[in-house]
Design a protein around this ligand. Structure first.
Ligand code: GLY
Length: 436
């Protein structure tokens, strides 16, 4: 039996975005949770039930560890990629603190795209063809030799800005030039993955993994481009909805060709993973393969943002036992139940996002319609006022009888929120055929 200590648990959530606010919001509803610290958190987590913000840097592992030991933190939940890539889980668990999240080595599936590609190829999981470049000259030669290599990806973490989807050799060369000759991405771009382009529709599948087995969360779909109709630059995500009909249509194939080989890798000890594994899947075709099949685009080692904000409001079960069981290797003792109603999450940003952030403009909120939740990202409380502090300001998630009514309700809620230069996409959760 899954045994959770019989007292009011103390948690620490690491991160500052909408995903972390959604995690605090959901965990605060657990009867087992007494107190949540969030570091650094935002203006929304500061006001969430049971939650208090801290100002410990998420990369200052000695300070985090000291706090966890002094406060007897029962569980740390890590939101963003950076601390995972830097080894937060290894550092805190070494001192005896329980942490939800993968080790640095396991998180490599996210922080090294070339490592993830090798893993996919080794385990026979469908993905786009690729070659590796370690210099501008090598990359230039490879895009000339391989007329299919038109997606240029920096190997390391790049805040969602390290992928260039190109249509021609010239565009791919310009991307290589930007990557190798400016120092924009630092060490993250010493290696570059050149991939074949897949044209199709994406979905995000988030799995809890306890080292032995997976427990699937409901599917969702992000909208990464800045403007309506999937135009403009890639962003951290402008909205999401859940569940995704595309997943139901391809479930069998996804299970057989993606999840089953991952399960085998776990069983054979070739994947040592505890935490959340996010699989970015595209269902589509390549120039050389006209069959529409699901392929893995990427792995992330954490909850997605804004996928977490779309999914968690649909979760009827307590999240805490699921995270706890993940750290204990006991996910077989957990069942999750989900609301039938679809959700739609719309992210409100400033007009200048993703180029420029805003700071200090007052945000006015009104009462939300029923079945809506608001999750803050770039907000702060200053002298009793809620103000902007970033480019992505907040997101609103609504549940509805169907996807369209969920979206309608989310937009109705956004109409009651005001801040200077407020903007958001008007087409989240609308039918779309191609998103890459
Ligand atoms: N929504 C994409 C991500 O979290 O990386």
């Amino acid at each position: 039996m899954l045994s959770i200590p019989n007292h009011s648990l103390k948690l620490l959530v690491v991160g500052a975005g909408g995903r972390e606010h959604a995690l605090c919001w959901k965990l605060a509803q657990s009867q087992s949770v007494g107190k949540i610290y969030c570091t650094p958190g935002n203006g929304g987590t500061a006001q969430e039930a049971k939650t208090e913000n801290l100002s410990i840097d998420s990369l200052d592992f000695p300070a985090l560890s000291k706090f966890c030991l002094a406060e007897k933190i029962d569980l740390v939940v890590v939101g963003p990629d950076n601390p995972l890539a830097e080894g937060i889980v290894d550092a805190l668990t070494a001192k005896g603190t329980r942490v939800f999240g993968p080790s640095r080595q396991a998180a490599r599936l996210e922080w090294s795209k070339s490592y993830a590609k090798d893993f996919l190829v080794e385990h026979g999981i469908p993905t786009a063809r690729h070659v590796i470049a370690r210099s501008f000259e090598e990359g230039k030669l490879l895009i000339k030799q391989h007329d299919w290599a038109r997606v240029v990806k920096v190997d390391g973490l790049a805040l969602g800005k390290g992928v260039f989807v190109c249509d021609s050799e010239d565009q791919a060369e310009a991307a290589l030039q930007e990557i190798f000759t400016t120092n924009k991405f630092g060490a993250a771009s010493e290696t570059v993955v050149l991939e074949e382009k897949i044209v199709g529709e994406e979905l995000s599948l988030l799995l809890l993994c306890d080292g032995k087995r997976f427990l699937e969360l409901e599917s969702s779909q992000d909208h990464k481009r800045r403007f309506d109709d999937d135009q403009g630059p890639n962003t951290g995500g402008m909205g999401a909805y859940s569940p995704v009909p595309l997943y139901a249509q391809h479930r069998e194939k996804i299970q057989k060709t993606i999840i089953a080989p991952l399960g085998l890798a776990l069983a054979q000890g070739k994947l040592a993973y505890q935490g959340l594994l996010y699989i970015g899947i595209i269902v589509g075709k390549t120039a050389s393969d006209d069959t529409t099949i699901p392929r893995v685009l990427e792995f992330n080692a954490r909850f997605g943002d804004p996928e977490a904000q779309a999914i968690l409001p649909r979760l009827k079960s307590d999240l805490l036992p699921a995270l706890w069981a993940t750290t204990e290797g006991k996910l077989d003792e957990v069942e999750l139940s989900w609301a039938e109603q679809p959700s739609c999450c719309v992210v409100a940003v400033t007009k200048t996002y993703p180029e420029k952030s805003a700071k200090g403009d007052e945000i006015q909120l009104t009462k939300l319609p029923e079945n809506c939740a608001i999750f803050h990202s770039g907000t702060q409380n200053v002298n009793g006022k809620l103000v902007t502090a970033g480019g992505r300001i907040l997101s609103v998630t609504a549940l509805g009888l169907d996807r369209q009514s969920a979206a309608q309700r989310a937009y109705q809620a956004l109409a009651g929120i005001k801040f200077d230069q407020m903007d958001y996409r008007r087409d989240i959760a609308r039918e779309r055929s191609i998103c890459r």
